[in-house]
Design a protein around this ligand. Structure first.
Ligand SMILES: Cc1ncc(COP(=O)(O)O)c(C=O)c1O
Length: 371
Protein backbone atom coordinates (compact mmCIF):
# COMPACT_ATOMS: atom_id res chain seq x y z
CA UNK A 1 0.00 0.00 0.00
CA UNK A 2 1.26 3.44 -0.94
CA UNK A 3 2.49 5.57 1.97
CA UNK A 4 1.20 9.12 2.08
CA UNK A 5 4.57 10.46 0.92
CA UNK A 6 5.45 9.79 -2.71
CA UNK A 7 7.04 11.25 -5.82
CA UNK A 8 4.94 11.68 -8.92
CA UNK A 9 6.93 11.23 -12.13
CA UNK A 10 5.30 12.72 -15.21
CA UNK A 11 6.63 10.68 -18.14
CA UNK A 12 4.89 13.02 -20.59
CA UNK A 13 6.98 15.89 -19.22
CA UNK A 14 10.11 13.83 -20.01
CA UNK A 15 8.80 13.28 -23.57
CA UNK A 16 8.09 17.00 -23.87
CA UNK A 17 11.58 17.94 -22.67
CA UNK A 18 13.23 15.56 -25.14
CA UNK A 19 11.29 17.15 -28.00
CA UNK A 20 12.08 20.64 -26.68
CA UNK A 21 15.80 19.78 -26.63
CA UNK A 22 15.63 18.16 -30.07
CA UNK A 23 13.90 21.17 -31.60
CA UNK A 24 17.10 23.23 -31.62
CA UNK A 25 19.35 20.46 -32.96
CA UNK A 26 20.26 19.86 -36.59
CA UNK A 27 18.02 17.32 -38.35
CA UNK A 28 19.18 13.76 -37.78
CA UNK A 29 21.13 14.38 -34.57
CA UNK A 30 20.82 11.30 -32.39
CA UNK A 31 19.85 11.52 -28.74
CA UNK A 32 21.40 9.60 -25.85
CA UNK A 33 19.15 9.76 -22.77
CA UNK A 34 21.23 9.93 -19.59
CA UNK A 35 19.45 7.77 -17.01
CA UNK A 36 22.28 7.08 -14.58
CA UNK A 37 21.79 7.50 -10.82
CA UNK A 38 18.25 6.13 -10.89
CA UNK A 39 17.42 8.40 -13.83
CA UNK A 40 18.33 11.42 -11.68
CA UNK A 41 15.90 10.13 -9.03
CA UNK A 42 13.05 9.44 -11.48
CA UNK A 43 13.45 5.63 -11.58
CA UNK A 44 16.07 3.87 -13.72
CA UNK A 45 14.03 1.01 -15.14
CA UNK A 46 10.71 2.86 -15.42
CA UNK A 47 12.24 5.75 -17.37
CA UNK A 48 14.43 3.31 -19.33
CA UNK A 49 11.48 1.14 -20.35
CA UNK A 50 9.40 4.18 -21.25
CA UNK A 51 12.11 5.62 -23.49
CA UNK A 52 13.04 2.23 -24.97
CA UNK A 53 9.81 2.59 -26.94
CA UNK A 54 10.57 6.19 -27.96
CA UNK A 55 12.03 6.56 -31.45
CA UNK A 56 13.60 9.91 -30.62
CA UNK A 57 16.04 8.20 -28.22
CA UNK A 58 18.87 6.16 -29.80
CA UNK A 59 20.86 5.13 -26.76
CA UNK A 60 20.97 5.25 -22.97
CA UNK A 61 23.76 6.53 -20.74
CA UNK A 62 24.48 5.02 -17.32
CA UNK A 63 27.41 5.53 -14.98
CA UNK A 64 28.25 1.96 -13.99
CA UNK A 65 27.88 -1.57 -15.26
CA UNK A 66 25.29 -2.54 -12.63
CA UNK A 67 22.88 0.10 -13.92
CA UNK A 68 23.20 -1.31 -17.43
CA UNK A 69 22.64 -4.85 -16.14
CA UNK A 70 19.48 -3.76 -14.32
CA UNK A 71 18.15 -2.18 -17.50
CA UNK A 72 18.80 -5.37 -19.48
CA UNK A 73 17.08 -7.44 -16.76
CA UNK A 74 14.09 -5.10 -17.09
CA UNK A 75 14.00 -5.86 -20.82
CA UNK A 76 15.53 -2.65 -22.18
CA UNK A 77 16.90 -3.36 -25.66
CA UNK A 78 18.44 -0.16 -26.95
CA UNK A 79 22.23 0.30 -26.79
CA UNK A 80 23.47 1.32 -23.33
CA UNK A 81 26.69 3.30 -22.90
CA UNK A 82 28.51 3.09 -19.55
CA UNK A 83 29.78 6.66 -19.22
CA UNK A 84 32.12 6.00 -16.28
CA UNK A 85 35.06 3.65 -15.72
CA UNK A 86 34.16 -0.02 -15.86
CA UNK A 87 35.67 -2.07 -13.08
CA UNK A 88 37.87 -4.79 -14.60
CA UNK A 89 35.82 -7.44 -12.77
CA UNK A 90 32.82 -6.41 -14.87
CA UNK A 91 34.14 -7.01 -18.40
CA UNK A 92 32.38 -10.40 -18.60
CA UNK A 93 29.07 -8.81 -17.62
CA UNK A 94 29.60 -5.99 -20.14
CA UNK A 95 29.98 -8.58 -22.90
CA UNK A 96 27.16 -10.80 -21.64
CA UNK A 97 24.69 -7.90 -21.44
CA UNK A 98 25.82 -6.24 -24.68
CA UNK A 99 26.72 -3.04 -22.87
CA UNK A 100 28.92 -0.42 -24.53
CA UNK A 101 31.81 0.57 -22.27
CA UNK A 102 33.74 3.83 -22.31
CA UNK A 103 37.45 3.04 -22.71
CA UNK A 104 40.55 5.21 -22.72
CA UNK A 105 43.57 2.98 -22.01
CA UNK A 106 45.18 0.13 -23.97
CA UNK A 107 44.71 -2.17 -20.94
CA UNK A 108 40.95 -1.66 -21.02
CA UNK A 109 40.88 -2.60 -24.71
CA UNK A 110 43.01 -5.73 -24.13
CA UNK A 111 41.01 -6.86 -21.09
CA UNK A 112 37.68 -6.38 -22.83
CA UNK A 113 39.02 -8.15 -25.91
CA UNK A 114 39.94 -11.16 -23.75
CA UNK A 115 36.47 -11.22 -22.17
CA UNK A 116 34.80 -10.97 -25.58
CA UNK A 117 37.00 -13.77 -26.97
CA UNK A 118 36.05 -16.00 -24.03
CA UNK A 119 32.36 -15.37 -24.76
CA UNK A 120 32.79 -15.80 -28.51
CA UNK A 121 31.38 -12.31 -29.12
CA UNK A 122 32.48 -8.89 -30.32
CA UNK A 123 32.39 -5.94 -27.94
CA UNK A 124 31.38 -2.40 -28.79
CA UNK A 125 33.00 0.58 -27.03
CA UNK A 126 33.12 4.36 -27.16
CA UNK A 127 36.52 6.00 -26.84
CA UNK A 128 36.55 8.72 -24.18
CA UNK A 129 38.76 11.76 -24.77
CA UNK A 130 39.78 14.12 -21.95
CA UNK A 131 39.64 17.66 -23.33
CA UNK A 132 39.78 19.58 -20.06
CA UNK A 133 37.36 18.06 -17.55
CA UNK A 134 40.35 16.02 -16.26
CA UNK A 135 38.17 13.27 -14.86
CA UNK A 136 38.55 10.34 -17.27
CA UNK A 137 39.56 9.99 -20.90
CA UNK A 138 42.61 9.80 -23.15
CA UNK A 139 44.81 12.64 -21.86
CA UNK A 140 47.23 13.31 -24.75
CA UNK A 141 48.05 12.67 -28.41
CA UNK A 142 50.69 10.13 -27.40
CA UNK A 143 48.21 8.26 -25.20
CA UNK A 144 45.70 8.34 -28.07
CA UNK A 145 48.21 6.68 -30.41
CA UNK A 146 48.76 3.89 -27.86
CA UNK A 147 45.01 3.23 -27.46
CA UNK A 148 44.51 3.20 -31.22
CA UNK A 149 47.35 0.64 -31.48
CA UNK A 150 45.43 -1.52 -29.02
CA UNK A 151 42.26 -1.23 -31.10
CA UNK A 152 44.17 -2.32 -34.18
CA UNK A 153 45.41 -5.39 -32.33
CA UNK A 154 41.94 -6.25 -31.02
CA UNK A 155 39.49 -6.34 -33.94
CA UNK A 156 36.86 -7.96 -31.68
CA UNK A 157 36.63 -4.63 -29.78
CA UNK A 158 34.83 -2.24 -32.11
CA UNK A 159 35.07 1.49 -31.59
CA UNK A 160 31.50 2.42 -32.47
CA UNK A 161 31.70 5.87 -30.86
CA UNK A 162 33.99 8.48 -29.36
CA UNK A 163 33.13 11.28 -26.97
CA UNK A 164 34.26 13.95 -24.58
CA UNK A 165 32.55 15.79 -21.74
CA UNK A 166 32.22 19.55 -21.28
CA UNK A 167 33.09 20.99 -17.87
CA UNK A 168 31.38 24.41 -18.16
CA UNK A 169 29.01 24.29 -21.11
CA UNK A 170 26.20 25.98 -19.17
CA UNK A 171 28.17 29.15 -18.48
CA UNK A 172 31.54 29.37 -20.25
CA UNK A 173 31.35 29.41 -24.08
CA UNK A 174 35.08 30.12 -24.45
CA UNK A 175 36.21 27.11 -22.43
CA UNK A 176 33.63 24.94 -24.19
CA UNK A 177 34.98 26.09 -27.56
CA UNK A 178 38.52 25.22 -26.41
CA UNK A 179 37.39 21.74 -25.36
CA UNK A 180 35.60 21.27 -28.70
CA UNK A 181 38.75 22.31 -30.58
CA UNK A 182 40.83 19.74 -28.70
CA UNK A 183 38.12 17.14 -29.33
CA UNK A 184 38.05 17.94 -33.07
CA UNK A 185 41.74 17.21 -33.38
CA UNK A 186 41.32 13.90 -31.53
CA UNK A 187 38.43 13.01 -33.86
CA UNK A 188 40.62 13.84 -36.88
CA UNK A 189 43.46 11.66 -35.51
CA UNK A 190 41.10 8.74 -34.94
CA UNK A 191 39.60 9.04 -38.42
CA UNK A 192 43.07 9.31 -39.96
CA UNK A 193 43.80 5.86 -38.53
CA UNK A 194 40.79 4.44 -40.36
CA UNK A 195 38.21 4.31 -37.58
CA UNK A 196 34.73 5.74 -38.13
CA UNK A 197 32.99 6.09 -34.77
CA UNK A 198 29.92 8.22 -34.15
CA UNK A 199 30.97 11.37 -32.32
CA UNK A 200 29.29 13.03 -29.33
CA UNK A 201 30.06 15.70 -26.74
CA UNK A 202 27.08 17.87 -25.81
CA UNK A 203 25.40 17.64 -22.41
CA UNK A 204 22.31 19.70 -21.44
CA UNK A 205 24.31 22.93 -21.13
CA UNK A 206 25.67 22.64 -24.66
CA UNK A 207 22.36 21.37 -26.10
CA UNK A 208 20.38 24.29 -24.68
CA UNK A 209 23.11 26.91 -25.04
CA UNK A 210 24.60 26.25 -28.47
CA UNK A 211 22.50 23.50 -30.05
CA UNK A 212 23.99 23.55 -33.55
CA UNK A 213 27.62 24.09 -32.49
CA UNK A 214 28.46 20.93 -30.60
CA UNK A 215 25.80 18.45 -31.66
CA UNK A 216 28.15 16.24 -33.77
CA UNK A 217 26.36 12.92 -34.50
CA UNK A 218 24.67 12.55 -31.10
CA UNK A 219 23.98 14.56 -27.92
CA UNK A 220 23.68 13.35 -24.33
CA UNK A 221 20.65 14.78 -22.59
CA UNK A 222 20.58 14.62 -18.78
CA UNK A 223 19.15 17.23 -16.43
CA UNK A 224 17.14 19.05 -19.13
CA UNK A 225 15.23 15.83 -19.86
CA UNK A 226 13.97 15.98 -16.28
CA UNK A 227 12.90 19.60 -16.68
CA UNK A 228 15.73 21.61 -15.11
CA UNK A 229 18.27 23.88 -16.73
CA UNK A 230 21.90 23.10 -15.78
CA UNK A 231 22.37 26.78 -15.09
CA UNK A 232 19.80 26.79 -12.30
CA UNK A 233 17.24 29.55 -12.06
CA UNK A 234 19.03 31.56 -14.75
CA UNK A 235 17.75 29.15 -17.38
CA UNK A 236 14.16 28.90 -16.24
CA UNK A 237 12.54 30.24 -19.37
CA UNK A 238 13.52 27.56 -21.87
CA UNK A 239 10.20 25.70 -22.00
CA UNK A 240 11.22 22.69 -19.94
CA UNK A 241 8.64 21.02 -17.68
CA UNK A 242 9.85 19.59 -14.34
CA UNK A 243 9.00 15.89 -14.37
CA UNK A 244 9.04 15.12 -10.66
CA UNK A 245 6.77 16.32 -7.85
CA UNK A 246 7.32 15.42 -4.20
CA UNK A 247 4.07 15.14 -2.31
CA UNK A 248 2.94 14.21 1.19
CA UNK A 249 -0.11 14.75 3.41
CA UNK A 250 -0.59 16.37 6.81
CA UNK A 251 -0.24 13.70 9.51
CA UNK A 252 -0.80 15.87 12.61
CA UNK A 253 -2.16 19.35 13.37
CA UNK A 254 -2.01 21.44 16.53
CA UNK A 255 -2.30 25.03 17.67
CA UNK A 256 0.50 26.29 19.88
CA UNK A 257 0.64 29.49 21.90
CA UNK A 258 3.59 31.93 21.73
CA UNK A 259 6.94 30.88 23.21
CA UNK A 260 6.81 27.18 22.21
CA UNK A 261 9.96 25.62 20.74
CA UNK A 262 9.58 23.21 17.83
CA UNK A 263 11.56 20.07 16.90
CA UNK A 264 15.08 18.93 17.85
CA UNK A 265 17.15 21.67 19.43
CA UNK A 266 14.05 23.86 19.78
CA UNK A 267 15.68 26.27 17.36
CA UNK A 268 12.39 27.73 16.21
CA UNK A 269 10.21 29.33 18.88
CA UNK A 270 6.68 30.57 18.13
CA UNK A 271 6.09 34.29 18.59
CA UNK A 272 2.28 34.16 18.38
CA UNK A 273 -0.50 31.61 18.29
CA UNK A 274 0.60 29.25 15.50
CA UNK A 275 -1.10 26.37 13.70
CA UNK A 276 1.55 23.72 13.14
CA UNK A 277 1.23 20.87 10.63
CA UNK A 278 3.44 17.80 10.86
CA UNK A 279 4.38 16.12 7.56
CA UNK A 280 5.59 12.50 7.33
CA UNK A 281 8.74 13.25 5.34
CA UNK A 282 12.27 14.03 6.46
CA UNK A 283 15.93 13.75 5.56
CA UNK A 284 15.54 9.95 5.57
CA UNK A 285 13.48 10.50 2.44
CA UNK A 286 16.11 12.78 0.95
CA UNK A 287 14.48 16.08 1.90
CA UNK A 288 17.67 17.72 3.04
CA UNK A 289 18.12 18.68 6.69
CA UNK A 290 19.96 21.83 5.64
CA UNK A 291 16.63 23.13 4.29
CA UNK A 292 15.45 23.48 7.92
CA UNK A 293 13.85 26.87 8.43
CA UNK A 294 14.51 27.86 4.82
CA UNK A 295 12.18 26.01 2.44
CA UNK A 296 8.46 26.58 1.90
CA UNK A 297 5.90 23.82 1.43
CA UNK A 298 2.72 24.30 -0.61
CA UNK A 299 -0.48 23.62 1.33
CA UNK A 300 -3.94 24.89 0.37
CA UNK A 301 -2.35 26.61 -2.63
CA UNK A 302 -0.16 28.78 -0.38
CA UNK A 303 3.50 28.90 0.50
CA UNK A 304 3.89 27.76 4.11
CA UNK A 305 7.25 28.16 5.86
CA UNK A 306 8.97 25.09 7.24
CA UNK A 307 9.68 25.63 10.95
CA UNK A 308 12.14 23.90 13.26
CA UNK A 309 14.77 21.33 12.39
CA UNK A 310 13.83 18.76 9.73
CA UNK A 311 13.84 15.32 11.41
CA UNK A 312 14.74 12.01 9.79
CA UNK A 313 11.13 11.07 9.05
CA UNK A 314 9.01 14.16 9.79
CA UNK A 315 9.02 17.93 9.62
CA UNK A 316 6.83 20.80 10.76
CA UNK A 317 5.24 23.64 8.79
CA UNK A 318 3.46 26.83 9.86
CA UNK A 319 -0.06 26.60 8.37
CA UNK A 320 -1.60 29.45 10.38
CA UNK A 321 -2.56 31.29 7.18
CA UNK A 322 -4.16 28.32 5.44
CA UNK A 323 -7.95 28.54 5.72
CA UNK A 324 -9.77 25.31 6.69
CA UNK A 325 -6.54 23.34 6.95
CA UNK A 326 -7.16 19.76 8.04
CA UNK A 327 -5.52 16.41 8.62
CA UNK A 328 -4.71 14.60 5.38
CA UNK A 329 -4.43 17.78 3.28
CA UNK A 330 -1.93 17.54 0.43
CA UNK A 331 1.47 19.18 0.93
CA UNK A 332 3.76 19.71 -2.05
CA UNK A 333 7.48 19.97 -1.30
CA UNK A 334 8.56 20.01 -4.94
CA UNK A 335 6.17 20.80 -7.78
CA UNK A 336 3.00 22.80 -8.37
CA UNK A 337 -0.10 23.40 -6.28
CA UNK A 338 -2.65 25.89 -7.57
CA UNK A 339 -0.70 28.81 -8.94
CA UNK A 340 2.29 28.23 -6.65
CA UNK A 341 5.39 26.22 -7.53
CA UNK A 342 8.52 25.01 -5.74
CA UNK A 343 11.30 24.02 -8.13
CA UNK A 344 14.38 21.87 -7.65
CA UNK A 345 16.40 24.98 -8.48
CA UNK A 346 14.74 26.89 -5.62
CA UNK A 347 15.56 24.13 -3.13
CA UNK A 348 19.05 23.80 -4.60
CA UNK A 349 19.76 27.47 -4.01
CA UNK A 350 18.56 27.21 -0.40
CA UNK A 351 20.63 24.08 0.17
CA UNK A 352 23.69 25.53 -1.59
CA UNK A 353 23.75 22.77 -4.18
CA UNK A 354 22.42 22.05 -7.69
CA UNK A 355 19.06 20.71 -8.90
CA UNK A 356 20.74 17.41 -9.82
CA UNK A 357 21.51 16.66 -6.17
CA UNK A 358 18.05 17.72 -4.95
CA UNK A 359 16.36 15.34 -7.41
CA UNK A 360 18.56 12.32 -6.98
CA UNK A 361 18.73 12.63 -3.20
CA UNK A 362 15.09 11.54 -2.97
CA UNK A 363 15.56 8.15 -1.35
CA UNK A 364 14.29 4.68 -2.22
CA UNK A 365 11.87 4.94 0.68
CA UNK A 366 9.80 7.37 -1.39
CA UNK A 367 7.62 5.39 -3.82
CA UNK A 368 7.55 6.73 -7.37
CA UNK A 369 4.13 6.97 -9.00
CA UNK A 370 4.15 7.23 -12.81
CA UNK A 371 1.72 9.30 -14.82
C1 LIG B 1 29.62 11.88 -19.46
C2 LIG B 1 28.32 12.58 -19.21
N1 LIG B 1 27.57 12.93 -20.25
C3 LIG B 1 26.39 13.56 -20.11
C4 LIG B 1 25.91 13.90 -18.85
C5 LIG B 1 24.61 14.66 -18.73
O1 LIG B 1 24.83 15.92 -18.23
P1 LIG B 1 23.61 16.91 -17.96
O2 LIG B 1 22.78 16.26 -16.91
O3 LIG B 1 24.23 18.16 -17.49
O4 LIG B 1 22.89 17.01 -19.25
C6 LIG B 1 26.68 13.58 -17.74
C7 LIG B 1 26.20 13.95 -16.40
O5 LIG B 1 26.86 14.02 -15.43
C8 LIG B 1 27.91 12.89 -17.93
O6 LIG B 1 28.68 12.56 -16.88
Amino acid sequence: MLRSTYAIVDLKAIDHNILAAKAGLPEGTRMLAVIKANAYGHGLCEVGKHLDADDSVSMFGVAICEEGMRLREAGVEKPILILGVTDERHWDAVVRCDLTAAVFTPEQVYDLSAAAKKAGKNASVHLKIDTGMHRIGVPSEEALRAVLDAFERCPNVRMTGMFTHFAKSENDPDFTALQAKRFDSAVAAVRARGFSPIVHAANSGAILGAPASYSYDMVRLGIAMYGCHPNGKAGNDCGLIPALSLVTHISNLKTLGPGEGISYGQKYVTTKETVVATLPIGYGDGYKRCLSGKADVLIGGRRCPGIGTICMDQLMVDVTDVPDVKLGDEAVLLGNQGSERVTADELAELADTISYEILLSISDRVPRVYR
